[in-house]
Design a binder for this molecule. Sequence first.
Ligand code: SF4
Length: 299
Amino acid sequence: MAGLKNPDGEKVAGMAYGCPVACEYCVVTNVESRSELWREDDGAPSINKAVTIVNPPLDRANLETLNRFYSMSPELFRGDVVGFCANSDPFWPRHRRELEHFLTKIAPETKIVTCVTKWNVPDRMLDRLAKVPNFRLVVSITGLDEIEGTSTEDRLSVLERAKERGIETYPLIHPYIAGMSDLSFLPRLKKIGYGQVDVKGLRYDPSMDSWMPPEVAAQYRQYGNDETLIDDGWRDALVAAGLELQGLKKWYMEEMGDNGPHLSPEDAAERVARVLEMVHITSSDSDQAVIAAAVERRL
Ligand code: SF4
C-alpha cells in the first residue's frame, strides 16, 4: 500500500486527513481547490445529480464533526440513493464504525445505498455487505497501477468475490487516462461475469504534470479543468472484450427499480431543502439541476 497523503499531496504516515489509496490524480487529497472543500468542512455530506453522499469525518479528534455525523437524522435521506464516503475510501478500516452506522441506520431509509471503492475489500466485509439487501457496490478499476496504491489484480478479486456472494456490483473505469490506462484487464472482467462498465474521463490539473508523461499532459491541458474523456481506442477495446458501455447513473436507476420508500413531491422537496443546509454540491451541473434530481429520486 502506498503512503498516506495529506490534502497538500505530501505523503506522510498516520495523518488525520487523506486516503490510503493515494491516487496521484485524486482531486480530494491532491488538488488544492478541491481539497480545501473537504478540509474546511470535514464530514459534511455531498450531493450530485445521481446520489447524496454521507461522508465520515476524517479528523477523528474533532468531536464536533463526529457528533454532527452521528446526530444527522437518517430520516433526512428517506427515499434517496445514498453513498458513503466521497472524501476517502469507504472501506479504509479507519471508517469502519461510521460505515456500520451507515449500513445499520441510514440504509433502511433509502431506496439503495452504495460505496465506490478501490480497496481490496476483505471477505469479512463482503459478507457483511451481502446482508444489506439494498446495498450496491461500485469497484473503480482503472489500469493505472503505477499511480495508485492498489492493484488491478486486487480489484478484479473484489469484483469476483462480490459476485460470488450475490452482491450487485458495477465496474467503473474512472478516470480513464488516454495514453496511461492499461485496459488489458477487460477480458477478465467479462470472464468473471460482468457485461457492462462505465468509463469516465479525467479532470486535469496542472499539479498532475509532476507524474504525467508530457505528451499525455499536453492532450489534456487544452481542455482546462473540464472532465475530459479522450477516445484513444477504449471504445474498441470494450467491444473486443464483449463489454457494453452504460452510465453508472443509469445502473443506479435500474437497481432502484420500484424500490421504496416513495415520497410525495412535497415531502421530498422538504427533505431535500433540509439536506441542502449541510451539503457540498459537487457537480458540474447547475445547483437547480442537482436539486431537481434529488427530489426526483425520492418520489
Ligand atoms: S481512492 Fe479516491 S479518495 Fe482515495 S486517493 Fe484515490 S481517488 Fe482519492
